[in-house]
Structures are given as C-alpha cells and as structure tokens.
Design a binder for this molecule. Structure first.
Ligand SMILES: Cc1cc2nc3c(=O)[nH]c(=O)nc-3n(C[C@H](O)[C@H](O)[C@H](O)COP(=O)(O)O)c2cc1C
Length: 329
C-alpha cells in the first residue's frame, strides 16, 4: 500500500459494514501498510448505546471488512486491537498472499449483505452452518450460542418484548431513533424507512421481535378477523444466535465486531440473511437479566436472527470515503 489512494477501495469495503442505526461511527487514519480505526464520538447514541459498546462493535466489523477486502486483493493483513483514546484497532498489511476463491467469495458478500428485517421463509437453517459459524467465531475469542431450547427461547422472547416496550416508552430513545430515520433513499447515513417493516413487528407470528423503528408513527390497525378455514400464517424458522465474550471491555467489543463481521459475510456467501435483535442488550437491566436467565458464562454482545429471505432487502447509504479518511503521510 504505497499511496493513500490505494486505501480507497479497501475503505469502500470497510464502510459497507453494518452499524447501529447506520451511524457509521468510524474514522480512519491511513499510513503506508497500516490503517487505524477510530471511534467517531461525534456520532454517539447516548440513549440506546450509552457505553458506546454497539458502536465499538460496529467499528470492529469495519476493521474485519477491511481485512477481507485486502485478502481478496492479494494482501495478507491482521488486526491489532487496542490504542489510545478513540483509537480502537490497527489493520496491518503483512505481505502479499494469493487470494483464494473463498477469499473472493467473502469479499463479494460485502456488497451483497444487507440487514433483512422482513419475516424469513419457513425453511430451517442447516445445523452444520451454525456449527461452522461457531468454529469461526471461536478463533476470535468469541462464543456463539444458538437459542434453541424452549426455555431459552421463552426467556429471550420475553426479554425482547420487555426491552422493546421499555424503549418505546422512553422519550429520549424515541427522539434519538427518529433522528436517525431517513425518508430520502439517497441519504448517506441513518436508516431509510424502506429498510424497516411498515407493519407492526409485534403482530407477526414469530417470537423474534425485530426493533420497531416506526413506533409511534403508525396508525394502530384493528386485528383482522380470523375465519375457521383460514390457513395458518407461514411461520419463519430462523436460527437465533447469541454472540458473546469472556470480557466486557473495548477490546472484547472490537473482537465481537470482528467475529460478527466474518459471520455475516460467511452466511451471506452461503445465501442466508440476518438481522440483529439488540433491544434486549441495549440497556444494562435486560442485558444482565439475559446473562443470568440463560446462565451465560461471559457477556452477551449480539443477538441475531439468521434465515432465508424470500425478498431482496433494501440497501442503505454510506458516507463517502473522503469524509472518514485522514492520512498521516
Ligand atoms: C451493533 C449493531 C446493532 C444493531 N442493532 C439492530 C437492531 O436492534 N435492530 C435492527 O433491526 N437492526 C440493527 N442493526 C442493523 C443496522 O440498523 C444496520 O446495519 C444499518 O442500518 C445499515 O444497514 P445494512 O446492515 O443493511 O447495511 C444493528 C447493527 C449493528 C452493527
């Protein structure tokens, strides 16, 4: 990476990373052979993410997307986690390495991946896919647990709905969410209305309550009458997974983000989609409750539904690379 321009395609890939409310809370400093990833605290979300945990995870995903883009371009790279102040991690190019088909498939998944909040198809996620995600995450020091027993499913569904209710009742949460909603599909950040369900997520025949981005803006609809001979509604069959770490500091959050980035690309490459369900982890009360009620060893960092989608998901905007890149040459 001789010249700063060489970083532009890598940063175009890195900034396709998903981020909480599409805040894109990152800044990068590029030098020869190294890219520093910084948290941009001006884009903080004090109501939903008071500790910055989910924004640091988002930056970890961006770091991993940079590594994936570099590998596909024939450059080996690793990530050193840690730094002073807002400096979270450094991506280092370590030499040339011929890209494999698998490297290229992961890099292609960067543009193909979108958060899919619509109900998934009633098709089960293969168990060996979940196994491979677990193995992959472990190499980052991150565990992945599938929420599969009836008891665990009840605990998680209950906490999700409690958390969603508490958040909707919180004026600061609602104001912050509204301020990141976008009606212009060409907006460079925030969540476009096209990307979120227009129907009430709570009315779906699913335990897996997606975040309601339009709470308070929808006119309540009376429930449709059900006739005796109506066929049962299709029920999605997602795999719901929790990602977690032993520690709960910034380094653990970056690692959780890196593993999450890998997992999202691997499952996109395998033809699946995902959406985070992080309401239950936003605030300490429900997050601690989740830890206790599921007897988790360590700290939950991400809850996510994975499944097959029947419809294309909407793309979301990104700020241009020039806005997030500084050079130290
Ligand atoms: C740490 C984190 C938490 C997120 N939490 C939620 C969530 O609770 N509900 C949801 O629908 N999307 C959630 N998202 C998805 C973002 O809203 C999404 O990534 C962003 O709007 C950009 O869209 P894209 O993923 O389609 O590129 C989360 C993403 C990250 C990285």
């Amino acid at each position: 990476m001789g010249h700063v321009q060489d970083w532009v395609p890598v940063l175009e890939a890195a900034t396709r990373a998903p981020s909480i409310h599409n805040t894109q809370p990152w800044r990068f400093t590029a030098g020869p052979d190294r890219l520093e990833v910084h948290l941009d605290t001006r884009r903080a979300l004090p109501a939903v993410d008071p500790t910055g945990r989910q924004q640091v995870i988002s930056c970890g995903i961006a770091a991993e997307f940079a590594v994936v883009a570099l590998r596909a371009a024939g450059q080996a790279a690793d990530v050193e986690v840690g730094g002073e102040g807002d400096h979270l991690a450094t991506v280092r190019v370590t030499g040339a390495a011929e890209a494999t088909d698998a490297d290229r498939a992961l890099a292609d998944a960067i543009a193909a991946r979108h958060t899919t909040r619509a109900p998934f198809l009633p098709r089960a996620v293969p168990a060996d896919l979940v196994d491979s995600l677990q193995r992959e995450a472990r190499s980052y020091g991150v565990w992945v647990e599938q929420v599969s027993s009836n008891d665990a499913e009840l605990v998680v569904a209950h906490l999700l709905s409690r958390a969603e209710q508490a958040e909707q009742a919180d004026a600061a949460y609602r104001a912050e969410l509204d301020s990141w909603m976008r009606t212009d599909p060409a907006a460079p950040d925030g969540v476009p209305v096209e990307a979120v369900p227009g129907d009430d997520p709570a009315a779906r025949p699913s335990n897996w309550l997606v975040r309601d981005f339009l709470a308070g803006q929808r006119t309540p609809q009376p429930a449709a009458p059900v006739a005796d001979d109506d066929p049962p509604p299709p029920v999605e069959r997602p795999a719901v997974v929790l990602l977690g770490t032993d520690g709960d500091d910034r380094a653990a959050w970056v690692q959780a983000g890196r593993a999450l980035g890998r997992l999202l690309l691997a499952l996109t490459a395998a033809g699946l989609s995902a959406s985070p369900l992080t309401q239950a982890l936003d605030w300490p009360a429900t997050r601690t409750r989740m830890q206790a009620d599921l007897s988790l060893v360590g700290h939950p960092q991400m809850l996510m539904r994975i499944g097959y989608s029947g419809a294309p998901a909407s793309a979301t905007g990104r700020r241009p690379v020039g806005e997030v890149l500084r050079t130290d040459e």
